[in-house]
Design a protein around this ligand. Sequence first.
Ligand code: UDX
Length: 431
Amino acid sequence: MKLSVIGCGYLGAVHAAAMAKLGHEVVGIDTDAEKIAKLAAGSAPFHEPGLQELLADGIAAGRLRFTTDITEAADARVHFVAVGTPQLADGDGADLRYVHGAIESLRPVLRPGALVVGKSTVPVGTAAVLVDRIAETGASLAWNPEFLREGFAVADTLTPDRIVYGVVDDADAGLLDEVYRAALEAGTPRIVTDLATAELVKTAANAFLATKISFINAMAEIAEVTGADVTTLADAIGHDARIGRRFLNAGIGFGGGCLPKDIRAFTARAEELGRAESVAFLRQVDAINLRRRERVVEHAIELLGGSVFTRRIAVLGLTFKPDSDDIRDSPALDVAARLYGLGADVVATDPHGIDNSRAKHPQLEYVADVGDALRGAELAVLVTEWAAYRELDPRRTAELMAVPRIIDARNALDPASWKAAGFEYRGLGRS
Ligand code: UDX
């Protein structure tokens, strides 16, 4: 089937390449000419495992191309809208200008019988506003939220946990069944619903995940003042299948381009709907999350005897999670900047996040090699749990550092072996 994907960021670029892999003929469209040039050359504009290969395969097979020219979408049967919905600059709500912009630019090229499929995360009620604008062209609208995680985006897109379509007309669900036939034949659960439910499924899923993380981080706060161990606590409650162990890793908290802005947008939308109290707890989820960053800074001050001023601190990790170069709302980069702001001599490292971090915080010192970051430091702070940092050898690390002290802000290390190597070790919510 001929498909277009409007917006080639994390979501759109992966979706376009994955749809080509499934055998469709796909054109990816974006207004950013630099991004399009990279994608057209088969080069991923961001770090995402497996994407480069998927792009190259799709382009070589002649099923995948990229352009800035929206008219090239005209002969597509299905148009996916995968543009960003960032947080408003002056509020908690979602900025929908790119969604509206994409719809308006598509309208002149839409043909009767075409289907526009929203994939962007939007406040519930957004699709209802767009339906008539699309219907005027003879096309129709569906909403098909995406649940991909960065770092696993390719696998999550090709073999999702579930597929959700919000449709106005059942025939549109049939068309989407054709698009996703390979995944459906492999047994992926499919839920067909109305537009509002589909929008809300995505918002609710992210709100639940954020709540789960802040719940365990709240337990970490209690563990810290009682000598309990939050990691063991998470293991113990996680054995209850109703709770589950995943997303119960206490530490520096969640960041990235989705969870933080999505819970704020949900709160803002609930206020507009007169239901602020229904999701008032999400304000606490956000507040608990942001307290974690401050807690890491407090630990650093305590470990260094009352001040970080002029003290050399190695910050291990900058991205909001491993296997990504994304620094949007990254707790790791935030902590590095806060320590710098307090006068610390910060040297930061990350396998893939340095270029993006330097563009945002040019004042920090960055080194590519973790050994160079650790050399001569009086404190190391592990803030993103890249495998390379999880696997650091404590004895070798101690030899490099001026003083063996570490804050394991992701609870990613084995405290016993680090203490045995002479480290003053601090986890978050574990002793
Ligand atoms: C998230 C959702 O998981 C995904 O379904 C949705 O489509 C987009 O938002 P992503 O932002 O890629 O995906 O990252 P995710 O793996 O969910 O992690 C989010 C943040 O939570 C990261 O900063 C991560 O470090 C943190 N996290 C995750 C924890 O602090 N503890 C955990 O136990 C799990």
